[in-house]
Structures are given as C-alpha cells and as structure tokens.
Design a protein around this ligand. Structure first.
Ligand SMILES: Cc1cc2nc3c(=O)[nH]c(=O)nc-3n(C[C@H](O)[C@H](O)[C@H](O)COP(=O)(O)OP(=O)(O)OC[C@H]3O[C@@H](n4cnc5c(N)ncnc54)[C@H](O)[C@@H]3O)c2cc1C
Length: 381
C-alpha cells in the first residue's frame, strides 16, 4: 500500500526534524522517514554551538525550552599560535544578548524529537529513502522498510551520506579529522570560547556547562593517534598545542573522531525535490556553522512552501527557495572554506597576513560587527 502525504522528508536528524515541525505547523500533512530504529538511537555527543539566530528559530518551533540549559557564549577569543594578531568578540559587537549557546547533538536532537512526538507528523522509524521519481503532480518515493510513499514534495535531509536524487555534487577532502572531548579546565573564564589556529589545525574550546567542549582539527593520521592516547598524554599534547589561555587542563572524556570534508550540491532543487542541511552542504566545523546554516535552510523552505491549500512542491516555489538561499549558502560555505585555507598554511608569510587580518578586524568595529552578525544570522544579518 502507498502512504500519501503533502510532504515527505528523508532524514530525521536535527534539520529534517526542524523542517517537519515547521511544515506541520503550517498545516501540511508530513511523513518523515528516518533510518535510525527509534528516537534517541545512535548517540552522538559532538558539541554544537547554536547561534542567536538559531535560538530564535528554535523558540518559534517550540524546541528551545528543552535547550534552555545550553551554555551562553559571552566572549570569543580568536588568535593564532606563533603569530601576532588577536580578536575578541563580545555580544555588544553584534548587538545580541549572547554570541551563541553550546549544547550537544544528542540534546539538540532530543529537544526536536520531543516536539515531533507532540506534533501530527507521521514518523517512520527504521526505514531509509532509497529512490524517488517525480512527475508533473507528485513524487513517488521508495524506501527500504516503510513501503512506498507519494507526496507533492520530497525534502532530502539525509545528511552527509545523501544518496537519493540525482542532484550534482562536489567534494573536497580536507584530509583532516575533528577530535572532540569534554575538558575539565577549572581556571577557564566561564562563558568564554577560544578559537586558536595552530600549524596542526584550529583548536576550538567552547564553554559547556562548567567545562569546555573541545573540537580539535588535525591531519587525519595525527587525529587517530591523538584519540588513542591515554588521558594524561592527551591533555599534555592539548595543553602544549593550545597554551594556557584557558588555564590548566585536568581531565578529558573519551575522544571521538569525525572525518572532515566539504561536500555540496551545485543545485539544491529538482522537480518536486529539494535538499537541505548537510544533504545540501556539509561544512568543516571550524566556524560552527553547519547546523545553523541547515536550520536557516529549513526555516526558509517552510516559508517558501506556504500553507495549504496549494502545491508545496510547485516549481516556482522551489525556484524562489533556491534563489533566497543562494547568498547565505555560498557565503557561509566560502567563508568556512577560506578560514581553513587561510589559517591552515604553514608558510611564514601567511602568518604575517593572518596577523594583519586579525589586527585589522580587531581595530575596525564595523568590520567586526559585519563578521559577527553574518555568523549569527547568515546573509541577512
Ligand atoms: C565535530 C563537529 C562539530 C560540529 N559543530 C557544529 C557547531 O558548533 N555548530 C553547527 O551549527 N554545526 C556544527 N556541526 C555540523 C552539524 O553537526 C551538522 O551540520 C548537522 O548535524 C546537520 O544536520 P542534518 O540533520 O542536516 O544531518 P545529520 O545530522 O547528518 O542527520 C541526517 C539524518 O538522516 C538520517 N538518514 C541518512 N540517510 C537516510 C535515508 N536514506 N533515509 C532516511 N534517513 C536517512 C540519519 O540517520 C540522520 O538521522 C559540527 C559537525 C561536527 C562533525
């Protein structure tokens, strides 16, 4: 039997779940297909810095109350190891109450899954979308576990492994991995975040409750070795690479390793299909923008689809969506990629140019505000 709905969504990660809640609130009948067997399955403790803009969207979706424990970021310090130049960014620089809020992937997904469970969205757990065929009026979707579906629009939010649909994509392998852990650093200033560019790769330390969440980018081979070190050796290497700006590192939770690639679709819409979140673009986590950008995709797509009655998959609505997202998408991808390219170079001259860039930013409040607001609100900041 074929299940019929207005909108089908492939993938119930944080972007797919947010999209389902937004579509459902607009009055559409939504079916969400998620490969995990049940809510909460597939634990992933990666730290997620939510921008103030994301907080505003999550409030509107009713998911913020469950995330109220997220730790506000009150200051961000950006510096490079072995070179001059440093920028400190405060909420006043961007005209917002906090620069962001740190939570983790599990907590974010749990907050959204709780809203999903309270909504009329039909969630098909333990099934994956395997293919789709569109005609003038509808898209027919095949799954491996939930039979066939028919909808007016298929939104693909199936993450970096995005497979269904034939949209053209490109990939750049950074040859790097992110090593994550939660670090005890009793001397660190509460609410402060650090982004330190080192010759091995950027080290981000984010305030996470009364500890620090680490995202350490390293060449892939070095990352594997680092993650296998015992706690004392790991902390010593981290302290040596980062320095003492956040005090002394005392303890670390088990390390997780994430391979890093830039992967993006050159076109995000096809007849009755659209890709959002990591399915549309998977970024390096250096600037903490992947989910924030994906949530803006979801919010804008729900706006572009309008309300029933009508056709949420109409070609003009999808084209309007793609046009509305162009600047934010390419701008955020470009900025993130540039950070890695510019700060990843070990050439002595590059350190000078980077230092000059940081010093210039520090001395020009309007430039600092421009960068900070774009990282918080996207292209419309
Ligand atoms: C170390 C690290 C730190 C990060 N830090 C930040 C940060 O600070 N701020 C930030 O904004 N972003 C951050 N990100 C990026 C962020 O994690 C992603 O952008 C975000 O998870 C994307 O959400 P998504 O729902 O699009 O995809 P995913 O989270 O990948 O979810 C995809 C979902 O689709 C399901 N699925 C897959 N295939 C299918 C299928 N065929 N059918 C049905 N379901 C399917 C999967 O089971 C999964 O649940 C970080 C990433 C990493 C690796």
């Amino acid at each position: 039997m074929t299940e019929r709905c207005d909108i089908a969504i492939a993938g119930g990660g944080p972007v797919g779940a947010a999209l389902a809640i937004a579509f459902s609130a607009a009055g559409w009948a939504v079916c969400l297909v998620e490969r995990r067997a049940e809510p909460g399955a597939g634990a992933d403790p990666r730290p997620i810095a939510l921008s103030h803009g994301s907080r505003l969207v999550l409030e509107r979706l009713g998911a913020w109350a469950d995330l109220a424990q997220a730790t506000p970021i009150e200051r961000v310090h950006v510096s490079q190891c072995g070179g001059y130049g440093r920028v400190d960014i405060a909420p006043e620089d961007a005209g917002v109450p906090a620069l962001g809020y740190v939570t983790d992937y599990d907590a974010l997904r749990a907050a959204l899954e709780a809203r999903l469970a309270a909504s009329p969205v039909k969630v098909l757990w333990g099934a994956g979308v395997t293919g789709a065929t569109a005609d003038a009026d509808a898209v027919r979707i095949e799954t491996d576990g939930a039979g066939a579906l028919e909808a007016r629009l298929l939104a693909m939010a199936d993450g970096a492994a995005h497979a269904a649909g034939g949209l053209p994509q490109r990939e750049h392998d950074y040859g790097q991995c992110a090593v994550t852990a939660i670090i005890d650093a009793p001397g660190a200033m509460r609410g402060h975040a650090w982004e330190r560019f080192t010759s091995g790769g950027p080290i981000a330390l984010l305030p996470f409750r009364d500890r620090l969440a680490l995202v350490w980018t390293l060449p892939a081979a070095a990352a594997a070795g680092m993650a296998e070190l015992g706690d004392a050796d790991f902390l010593a290497r981290l302290q040596q690479s980062f320095g003492h700006m956040a005090g002394e590192f005392r303890a670390a939770t088990p390390r997780r390793v994430y391979p890093l690639k830039l992967r993006y679709l050159t076109r995000v819409v096809a007849p009755r299909e659209v890709a959002v979140g990591n399915a549309a673009q998977t970024l390096h986590p250096v600037a903490g923008q992947g989910f924030n950008l994906g949530l803006r995709d979801a919010w804008e797509l729900a706006r572009a689809a309008g309300e029933p009655p009508g056709d949420p998959g109409a070609a003009d609505r999808l084209a309007a969506y793609a046009a509305a997202r162009r600047v934010d998408r390419w701008g955020t991808m470009g900025f993130t990629h540039l950070l890695i390219e510019a700060f990843g170079s070990a050439l002595p001259l590059a350190a000078g140019v980077r230092g000059a860039g940081l010093a210039l930013l520090a001395g020009m409040p309007f430039a600092k505000k421009f960068v900070a607001r774009r990282m918080i609100f996207g292209a419309r900041g």
